[in-house]
Design a protein around this ligand. Structure first.
Ligand SMILES: *Cc1c(COP(=O)(O)O)cnc(C)c1O
Length: 233
């Protein structure tokens, strides 16, 4: 593996993931690493690819489109994890493999209509405002099942699970409480919808500062930026 800073950071993050999996009895292959490359140049994304990282998360559409075009590799997968304005859904549906931040029926409908026919279904996650913060994006936990009911009937989408950005907590116990709430919500939805929702398993939760707690509570996608690419100014 090339000896770049990014490669060394990735090695360190993977080691921490393996250790946490060991500590909490998780199979490391069930925990996926999403490298959040927002604000970082394509050259650093290429270094990560060299170090066998193939999933990248982006928040800003125009910046992401430029990077996706510059990289243009079939085995690299792009995840949209930013806020979604309705006028951006067409480009998101065409350019990305996953969207983690669906929280309204309208955005779901538009992504379904606008997903190009020659591409596989767009994998989507519902963003839940798990800490109930007034300022945060995402649907309220209590309204999530109704949104699932809207989204499962749409074509060209594959509803894969839930995503959250909990309010910051100082310690592991507090962090785990929020992540556990998201996991329970996923479990409730899986039971309620049964075979209508065959692959509703993903939990996109945990960032550089709280990934151990997220692994403890069942994260399947860790969204890690700073620990891989360094701080953003
Ligand atoms: C920026 C961002 C991340 C990565 O955060 P770090 O603290 O840098 O690891 C994860 N998820 C979302 C939604 C983000 O916007």
């Amino acid at each position: 593996m090339p000896d770049t800073t990014i490669a060394m950071n990735l090695k360190q993050v993977r080691q921490e993931i393996d250790e946490a999996c060991h500590r909490f009895g998780r199979d490391p292959s069930s925990v996926n690493l999403l490298a959040v490359s927002k604000t970082k140049p394509a050259s650093l994304v290429r270094q990560a690819i060299e170090a066998r990282q193939y999933h990248f998360g982006e928040n800003y559409l125009q910046e992401a489109q430029e990077k996706i075009q510059a990289i243009n590799e079939a085995n690299v997968h792009w995840h949209y994890i930013g806020a979604i304005q309705s006028n951006k859904t067409r480009a998101i549906a065409a350019g990305f493999d996953w969207v983690h931040t669906v929280s309204t029926p309208k955005v779901g409908r538009r992504l379904a209509e606008q997903r190009p026919a020659d591409l596989p279904p767009l994998k989507i996650l519902i963003q839940v405002n798990i800490s109930g913060e007034a300022s945060k994006a995402g649907i309220a936990p209590a309204d999530t099942q109704v949104l699932v009911d809207h989204l499962i009937h749409l074509p060209n989408l594959e509803l894969r699970g839930l995503m959250a950005i909990p309010a910051p907590q100082p310690g592991e116990a507090g962090q785990r409480a929020s992540f556990a709430a998201l996991r329970r919500l996923r479990d409730d939805i899986k039971i309620r919808f049964g075979s209508d929702l065959p692959v509703f398993d993903d939990l996109s939760m945990g960032m550089s500062g709280d990934m151990v707690a997220a692994i403890a509570e069942g994260a399947t996608w860790l969204r890690i930026g700073t620990a891989i690419f360094g701080s953003r100014n």
